[in-house]
Design a protein. Sequence first.
Length: 228
Amino acid sequence: MKKITIAIDGHSSCGKSTMAKDLAREIGYIYIDSGAMYRAVTYYCLQHDLFTEDGVKLPELQAAMPDIRITFRLNAEGRPETYLNEECIEKEIRGMAVSSRVSLIATIGFVREAMVALQQQMGRDKGIVMDGRDIGTTVFPDAELKIFVTASAEVRAQRRYDELKAKGEDASYESILENVKERDRIDSGRAISPLRKADDAILLDNSAMTIPEQKAWLLEQYQLTLNR
Ligand code: CDP
């Protein structure tokens, strides 16, 4: 069957990865979480003391880029997990220490260049669902199906809060809401590949949608695209 490229972009914590992952599983495509890659670089910076009081040690990070090897592997339940230099860092990259610094790392030109090159290589053979901020605009501008997802900041913060709580992690709704708004501000305002809807992307506001509704909607978009 014909294989296509599916790009899912949007604001932070609006359920992009849940819908992208579900769709990929359903249609037998590879799923790539591009945000996890920026999170992995952020984790590397934390581990190697590359943050200063108000920024990043850029020359040191640039020199370290060839030593940052990011891969994904499926766990026993078939879920993809992020590895940094052969170490599974899936849990570590979801915490607030990484979340509060990742958007700063994602503004750095040489980091974006390296991540985009890796993402394009992963999607070389199509049959891929990738989610992020610049997938439909920069990584795969020719993707056959592009979705731009959004929801209100409060709904998104509540979802992230519930997700962390369900995992038994410490979380404060207020600090999550602040983080969601701050990341949107940095992601939309940065100079390189800012977060924006590609002209040919379909807009989805899922504030009032359940996960099954969203899943059905996305599957329908995929089928419509295949039949086009
Ligand atoms: O899932 P969540 O919305 O929390 O974020 P994520 O997809 O894990 O991405 C984390 C951060 O990485 C975003 O806030 C962006 O700053 C950055 N990012 C990016 O700049 N470009 C991408 N393609 C993906 C993520």
